[in-house]
Design a binder for this molecule. Structure first.
Ligand code: 13P
Ligand code: SF4
Length: 360
């Protein structure tokens, strides 16, 4: 082919048969003719380069099932980056994830297929902003969501993800001996955490551009059309969305929930690829309802993953001084025991805590 892509030969068909089986309901046979040779080529290049691909749950099914060596949520990917003994990490995700891998594995080459894969939360705050916040609230622990730049992490006491935010807020309040903490930059995550703890939260008005678009009308419409559907929502959504949902959790927690409970119908209030990636394993579950695409995650394609490994591009580096300070915050999070995920948590309804949030 003109762009150097191989053709779908019987050998490649055999090699990729397992993947086709997983994606055949999400990918058309025409698309597969282009994808299967790329998958075979990427898997060969990975062996040659001693590389692993860490793929986020929001990658498209052909990436998630075809080339991801490790797939998971932000917490799982960070832990895997710390654990992996590969020489090269290809981050099939967004830039802050690649930086986190580099911070945890400074001796590895970390590549991202498209340097423009950003995040509205990461771009909502800078290291200079955090320095000002620390001046305004001296002595309080600073917890930053992992969806931040290395510069921000360098100003941080401990990072968190949506999977462990409550645990880390409570840990930091205990360690510092305080009743309030700074949890930035996701306002909605902060408000949702505040529903589950007595610790007062100081928050920043950053938002995920994907999750903030969901409305309670979306959920009401779904409940009217499918009264038996279970509604799962990501904690980056506004509070009223989680209040209307049956379960809230990180992308990995949502996956675990449907795998364990196998509901007949489910609505996943999050990025569209989540449902596409698990559908194949749940033939008896019907996925209904709205989803939004993350334009940053969608910059990653099989073709640019292939180019990334072929040309060893684009390397993500972090200034050593910043990386050293940021490492303390990320490593502290990684070293804490895994968070407990309740079998079913009715976020707002069950708690009765006084919700205390101060927006900076
Ligand atoms: P988790 O995978 O940690 O749930 O995060 C979702 C997200 O938006 C990552 O960018
Ligand atoms: Fe950022 Fe939201 Fe996209 Fe995740 S889904 S990368 S939080 S913009």
């Amino acid at each position: 082919m003109a762009d150097g892509t191989m053709l779908l030969t019987p050998e490649i068909e055999r090699e990729t048969a397992r993947v086709w089986d997983k994606v055949k309901d999400q990918v058309s046979p025409l698309e597969w003719r282009a994808y299967a040779p790329l998958i075979a080529e990427i898997n060969r290049l990975k062996r040659e380069r001693g590389a692993v691909i860490l793929a986020h749950n929001y990658m498209t099914p052909e990436i998630f099932h075809g080339v991801g060596d490790y797939v998971g949520d932000s917490l799982g990917l960070a832990k895997e980056a710390a654990r992996s003994d590969a020489k090269v990490i290809v981050q099939a995700g967004v830039h802050f994830m690649a930086e986190t891998s580099k911070i945890l594995s400074p001796d590895k080459t970390v590549l991202i297929p498209d340097l423009r894969a950003g995040c509205s939360l990461a771009s909502s705050i800078t290291g200079a902003d955090v320095r000002l916040i620390k001046q305004r609230y001296p002595g309080l622990p600073v917890i930053t969501y992992v969806n931040t730049t290395a510069d921000v992490k360098a100003e941080t006491d401990i990072c968190c993800t949506s999977a462990n935010a409550v645990q880390i807020v409570e840990w930091a309040a205990r360690e510092w001996g305080v009743d309030r903490v700074i949890l930035i930059p996701d306002e909605y995550l902060a408000r949702n955490v505040a529903q589950q703890t007595d610790v007062k939260i100081i928050a920043w008005a950053g938002h995920c551009e994907v999750h903030k678009r969901f409305t309670t009308a979306d959920i009401a419409d779904m409940r009217a059309a499918w009264p038996d559907a279970e509604v799962l929502a990501h904690p980056e959504c506004p509070e009223e969305i989680l209040e209307a949902a049956d379960f809230a959790g990180s992308t990995a927690a949502m996956t675990d929930y449907v795998m364990k409970h196998r509901p007949a119908r489910v609505v996943m209030i999050t990025e569209c690829s989540m449902a596409s990636n698990i559908k194949g394993d749940l033939p008896d579950t019907q996925f209904v309802g709205p989803c939004n695409l993350c334009p940053h995650m969608k910059r990653i394609t099989l073709k640019n993953i292939r180019d990334c490994l072929l040309n060893m591009q684009f390397e993500v580096t972090v200034d050593e001084d910043i990386a050293e300070r940021a490492r303390l915050a990320v490593q502290r999070m990684v070293d804490l025991p895994p968070p407990e995920v309740p079998a079913r948590y009715d976020l707002v309804r069950a708690r009765g805590h006084t919700v205390q949030v101060e927006l900076i």
